[in-house]
Write a protein that binds this ligand. Structure first.
Ligand code: ADP
Ligand code: VHF
Length: 368
């Protein structure tokens, strides 16, 4: 089997915010056991920023993004070094891969990423993936590794995605603030998730909270990948997840799947604006794969640029699709409602059909 195991900052650092080598050692032991059983394992690890803060004697995460990016560069190499030391005890070879969100959208990069991971697995290595925090464009960053892990699971056709955190799984509400919260052992592919209270706050060290894990689990589901959210410190957690034991919260895979590109669009971290369309356009997009043309557009809101992700809403305000805009909000406002013949070249489509996901699949329920 192919397993993608993501470990969050909260589980890989001590309360003092320093890299917890014991946690990495435990994970390495689990990875080694799976490798010995003939499985492929890809680790997605957070912790670069936390590791950098400790080295630089910073007690708090800086508020400006440039410093955070610089700190991540200090921490990333040390993080991977810690993995290499623990993997070496098992004669395993770690391999660092730094990715950003566009790597899942630009086809050439996407194929390179997939091929390199495949080749590393062929060579018997353990890929250790993190977001390329030091370089990633602030506007385009995922900012959380939960989504990145889900995209990796999609791209390598993983059998299971395990999101390792500091809780036993998904509870009905955050157990830190609600003592009556109970663990949810199993979530079906089409459960709406609406009854779960999960926000982006959490341990204070991680960045995504449970909300981003629920999104990642939904992304895995739409990739045909089973997802397990479980406690990193639980003994045998990866083996349990592989054997389909209930070691935390298990999300069933969906029968229908989306391509990596459409998955990224549907669950994009940032939605920059809204394009409202008339009923004829809504019907055309729902009926079959069509591009959204200016003729059907009623209004554009939000200051989005070409290549930003936008929600597409019907006349009554329902979000029914999401896509990458081919032109800016200003251009959509200028050309919206006009027929193709009256529009200058290059402005014929507001969203190309390859860049459009119709959300009547129930995806909207999984929004952040
Ligand atoms: N419904 C919920 N069930 C479990 N944990 C939740 C829930 N809602 C919020 N949380 C919080 O999410 C935190 C885990 O997210 P985070 O701190 O980002 O960890 P990680 O570093 O593992 O990504 C938990 O510590 C918990 O406080
Ligand atoms: N890429 C960042 C971590 C971002 C992130 O997703 O954190 P977390 O929510 O703890 O998994 C880092 O290495 O510090």
């Amino acid at each position: 089997m192919r397993i993608v195991a993501k470990i969050g900052t909260a589980s890989i650092t001590t309360d003092a915010g320093v890299i917890d080598t014991a946690a990495i050692a435990r994970l390495a032991d689990e990875v080694a056991a799976l490798k010995a059983g003939g499985h492929d394992v890809i680790v997605v690890s957070s912790g670069a920023v936390a590791a950098g803060l400790a080295v630089l004697d910073m007690t708090q995460r800086p508020s400006d993004i440039q410093t955070v990016q610089a700190v991540s560069a200090v921490g990333q190499s040390r993080l991977v070094e810690a993995y290499n030391i623990e993997f070496a005890r098992h004669s395993l070879i770690g391999a660092q891969l730094l990715v950003d969100s566009m790597d899942f959208v630009e086809r050439t990069q996407y194929l390179h990423l997939r091929t390199t991971i495949d080749r590393l697995l062929d060579l018997g290595c353990v890929p250790i993936v993190n977001e390329n925090d030091a370089i990633a464009n602030d506007e385009l960053r995922y900012g959380d590794n939960d989504r990145i892990a889900a995209m990796i699971a999609n791209s390598v056709n993983a059998d299971v995605l395990v999101l390792l955190t500091d809780m036993d799984g998904v509870f009905t509400a955050d157990p830190r603030t609600d003592s009556t919260a109970t663990l949810i052992p199993f979530i079906r592919a089409d459960d709406p998730l609406l009854s779960i209270s999960a926000d982006s706050g959490g341990s204070g060290r991680g960045s995504g909270g449970m909300a981003s894990k629920l999104t990642a689990a939904r992304m895995a589901s739409w990739s045909g990948v089973r997802c397990v959210i479980a406690r990193a410190a639980r003994r045998g957690v990866l083996q349990g997840a592989v054997s389909d034991e209930l070691v935390g919260t298990t999300f069933a895979p969906h029968e229908r799947t989306l391509s990596a590109r459409k998955l990224w669009i549907a669950f994009a971290a940032e939605v920059a604006g809204v394009v409202q369309v008339d009923e004829g356009a809504r019907q055309a997009l729902i009926d079959r794969p069509n591009s959204l043309l200016p003729a059907g557009v009623v209004a554009a809101t939000g200051d989005f640029a070409a290549r930003d992700v936008v929600d597409v809403v019907s006349a009554d305000g329902e979000v029914f699709a999401r896509g990458i805009a081919s032109m800016s909000a200003a251009a959509v406002s200028e050309f919206g409602g006009r027929r193709t013949a009256d529009i200058p070249e290059g402005y014929n489509e507001v969203v190309h059909r390859d860049d459009l996901v119709v959300l009547s699949l129930g995806l909207s329920a999984a929004r952040r």
